[in-house]
Design a protein around this ligand. Structure first.
Ligand SMILES: Cc1cc2nc3c(=O)[nH]c(=O)nc-3n(C[C@H](O)[C@H](O)[C@H](O)COP(=O)(O)O)c2cc1C
Length: 391
């Protein structure tokens, strides 16, 4: 019998109640890296909505690593408690919770999307968002009008590794079940991997081993300090989609090397080195467009994978799991649209059986919705022609 979307998944000492994860999504709404009441409500909704795993957004290991002024941070102890409050809420609702650790590198210090999604400008300065100097593997800016990053030297790289370690220790204090290394989307670790952005001739550039050295060092560093019974994920861009990008074969090779260093799951995303990212892309990408890539990494590197990208339909998600193409699916924007997506997906798959549609919901909701369902069924023929609410 095949494994289904709502079967549990055990990773080291952690058992997820199902295989639906909410993908990391920056909310650009923190102050000095601190999680606010907004974040508590935001992440709490997903736990109430039935997800197996709630991933907290990209959280910076240092102030300079923030993608925007509104990013969460874990570079200081004072940032632990507001995150611990979110952890307690999410776990109390039966979901597991992970946090994604990032350094933005040459793509740090950008505008919030609704302010333009580009480099900071006069309007942002007027709002109080001042720029800071960027760093990267080579002096290649992300694009026109972006700052040219300062080339990181050995001592700087050692400092960045130490910042990842310190942030992971704080994540442990906050109570997170797992951490994910953000090594995708053109941020610092990914920019070291890619020939288009890494022109170094030292030990951190050149061949496969040199370009991937920093990501592999960070993985080994975090595995050494992160508790043995808690999983470690890494998000990778499967494909760069730019001239002089990494070949997909390198992604598989890297995934295998990460597994050797104790990474448990590869979170399979794409893009970000240049041009569009997977979630802002202008053109249609196709439903579940990264599932085939997650499958190839799973087969090629023998490691568990999480697929993400336009997975909006319950059957698509269930078939990806049942077909052993990935071990988890991550839902991003669809969860913003419908934080109860896992509950709705469970019902759509007919897994609850007649009359048991609401028994998985928080009792505070389910008790009422079950009774309302009976009323709605009795009124079936009288439903007003209101159109579909939702998507
Ligand atoms: C508002 C928003 C913020 C995002 N922030 C992050 C992030 O912090 N880290 C990350 O790895 N990906 C981030 N992404 C990408 C998503 O995690 C996801 O991979 C992408 O949206 C594709 O999945 P979807 O089609 O289900 O939305 C973000 C996407 C959105 C829409």
């Amino acid at each position: 019998m095949s494994i289904r979307l709502f079967d549990s998944l055990t990773l080291r000492g952690l058992t997820l109640r199902n295989r639906v994860a909410i993908s990391s999504m920056c909310m650009y709404s923190a102050t000095e890296g601190l999680a606010e009441d907004f974040h508590l409500a935001h992440y709490g909704r997903f736990a109430l909505g039935g997800a197996g795993l709630v991933m907290v957004e990209a959280t910076s290991v240092s102030p300079e690593g923030r993608i925007s002024h509104g990013d969460l941070g874990l570079w200081d102890d004072f940032q632990i408690e507001p995150l611990a409050r979110i952890v307690r809420l999410v776990k109390a609702q039966g979901a597991a919770i992970g946090i994604q650790l990032v350094h933005g590198g040459r793509k740090a210090c950008r505008q919030r999307p609704w302010h333009g999604n580009g480099p900071l400008g006069e309007d942002d300065f007027a709002r109080g968002d001042r720029p800071w100097p960027l760093v990267g593997p080579s002096a290649i800016p992300f694009g026109e009008a972006y700052q040219t990053p300062r080339v990181l030297e050995d001592a700087d790289i050692a400092g960045i590794r130490a910042a990842f370690i310190a942030a992971a220790r704080r994540a442990e204090v906050a109570g997170f079940d797992l951490i994910e290394i953000h090594a995708a989307h053109g941020f610092l670790l990914h920019s070291f991997m890619c020939p288009a952005t890494n022109r170094r001739s030292d030990a951190y550039g050149g061949d496969f081993a040199g370009r991937h050295r920093l990501a592999l060092e960070v993985a080994a560093d975090l595995r050494a300090v992160w508790p043995e019974d808690r999983p470690l994920f890494t998000r990778l861009s499967m494909e760069d989609g730019v001239a002089d990008g990494r070949p997909f074969a390198e992604t598989i090779r890297l995934a295998a090397a990460l597994k050797e260093r104790g990474v448990d799951v590869i979170d399979c995303s794409s893009g970000g080195i240049g041009g569009h990212s997977a979630s802002t892309a202008g053109g249609p990408s196709g439903y579940g467009f990264q599932i085939p890539l997650a499958h190839k990494v799973r087969e090629g590197a023998g490691i568990r994978t999480m697929a993400v990208g336009l997975i909006t339909e319950a059957t698509l998600a269930d078939q990806a799991i049942a077909g052993e193409r990935c071990d988890l699916v991550a839902i991003g924007r669809e969860a913003l649209n419908d934080p109860n997506w896992p509950q709705h997906a469970h019902a759509a798959l007919g897994l609850g059986g007649e009359g048991a549609v609401y028994d998985r919901w928080p009792v505070q909701y389910g008790w009422w919705l079950e009774r309302r369902e009976k009323t709605l069924r009795a009124l079936d023929g009288e439903r007003p022609p209101s159109g579909r609410v939702g998507r």
